[in-house]
Write a protein that binds this ligand. Structure first.
Ligand code: APR
Ligand code: ZN
Ligand code: ZN
Length: 375
């Protein structure tokens, strides 16, 4: 029995900006009141983790253990924890649902005020760390640090899931899949028979495609500068795919011509200010909606023609697909178990944890959609 004891295990530590991760033996302290210690079984590699390694993610303190797309099993719980018990299968939540703030109390909002955008999550809420390595304190990431075999998190950032769920698959529901799928279902509320355009066909963009298809869209146009992404996009529901570099005209003009006036819904899943403006301009005048999902470079600003909005387009965005995480992630896992959607197609590589840097290289070279690491 390990409860109440310090656990020594493997973790991937980012000691400083611009360096690859190093696999280290770390000590993980037991959970304190309202905290849970989880044995991570599998974790995906998301673009946001890469932003942390490159120093382009706000409010990070180094050294840090990144990772936020994981699934695991509760090892032990601290005082006052009621939602989970040892042995439960769980998904750590990269966006908390505290249940008490104005966003959590608003049925139409999911951006809990306990998110890292409002206060740093580099230490547990009591401002101490549960990780040490070589005598040094190591920081947490988004309170969940899934690149550690054992990790501690507050009980506001954990959700119990179906005991039969395959953890090496449903870990994708922690971030990438839910973000894209929810953007189509919750944020855009795509209607049957509609026309959609998705800018960027990475893991999140493909999840948008799956969401648009599930919602019954009749025309789903995938847009990417890497044509290698087209086969999979068509496999999951894109009706056609285009490469902006194949056209002389700006891509918004191409889309407007292809669809007789613009799309009903466009999605930006690149994280680039130019594609954000192009996606807005691709919407139909008077009725089109553009959803921004891609994370822009720190400090970005967009100059744009306000006539695009004045003439009746809607510009919006969402974090984690608009899902209230604690309530919704378990339901998404149930949907997966009932085969309502299939995020497995996003998994292009499965690697042992030790090969984590190889996983990042595949992602940065555009060769993987999602790599899953297992401990
Ligand atoms: N036009 C169209 N597609 C582009 C462009 C462009 N100008 N530039 C890049 N792309 C494509 C890339 O070729 C790639 O296929 O966008 C895709 C981005 O995919 P990934 O890098 O795999 O990222 P993903 O995990 O899907 O996340 C996309 O959402 O959550 C955020 O931080 C994440 O900003 C990132 C975005
Ligand atoms: Zn992510
Ligand atoms: Zn909250």
């Amino acid at each position: 029995d390990t409860s109440g004891k310090v656990i020594k295990c493997r973790a991937a530590v980012a000691w400083e900006v611009g360096k690859p991760l190093s696999i280290e033996e770390v000590e993980v302290a037991p959970p304190r009141a309202h905290e849970v210690r989880v044995k991570i079984v599998a974790t995906g590699i998301c673009g946001t983790d890469d932003h942390v390694l490159k120093g382009s993610f706000p409010n990070i303190d180094y050294p840090v253990i990144p990772g936020h797309e994981g699934a695991g099993i509760v090892e032990s719980i601290g005082e006052g924890v009621t939602g989970v018990k040892p042995g439960d299968k769980v998904i750590p939540l990269c966006l908390p649902q505290c249940g008490e703030c104005s966003s959590c109390l608003n049925p139409d909002a999911n951006c809990c005020l306990k998110t890292h955008l409002c206060e740093p999550q580099n230490l547990m809420p009591d401002k101490t760390s549960r990780f040490t390595c070589k005598g040094k304190q190591i920081h947490h990431f988004l309170w969940i640090s899934t690149f550690s075999e054992y990790t501690v998190m507050p009980d506001s950032t954990i959700a119990r899931i179906d005991a039969a769920a395959p953890l090496d698959k449903v870990c994708l529901l922690a971030c990438g899949f839910s973000t894209g799928y929810g953007a189509a279902i919750n944020t855009a509320k795509v209607k049957p028979g509609s026309t959609c355009a998705i800018f960027g066909l990475g893991g999140v963009g493909l999840s948008v495609v799956i969401g648009c298809k599930t919602a019954g869209a009749s025309q789903i146009i995938g847009i990417d500068i890497n044509k290698d992404k087209f086969t999979k996009a068509k496999e999951v529901g894109a009706t056609e795919c285009i490469n902006p570099r194949d056209f002389r005209q700006p891509i918004q003009e191409v889309l407007t011509e292809m669809t007789g006036g613009g799309v009903d819904y466009s999605f930006e899943v690149v994280g680039d200010v130019d594609t954000m403006t192009a996606a807005l301009a691709s919407c139909h005048m008077g009725s089109g909606t553009c959803v921004v999902i891609g994370v822009p470079a720190l400090g970005s600003h967009i100059p744009f023609d306000p006539m695009l909005l004045l003439t009746g387009r809607t510009w919006k965005g969402s974090i984690l697909g608009g899902w209230k995480t604690k309530d919704s992630i378990p339901k998404l896992v149930s949907g997966y178990m009932e085969k309502k959607f299939n995020p497995d197609v996003l998994i292009t590589h499965t690697l042992p944890f030790e090969k984590i840097n190889e996983g990042f290289e595949l992602l940065c070279a555009g060769k993987s959609i999602r790599s899953i690491l297992y401990f």
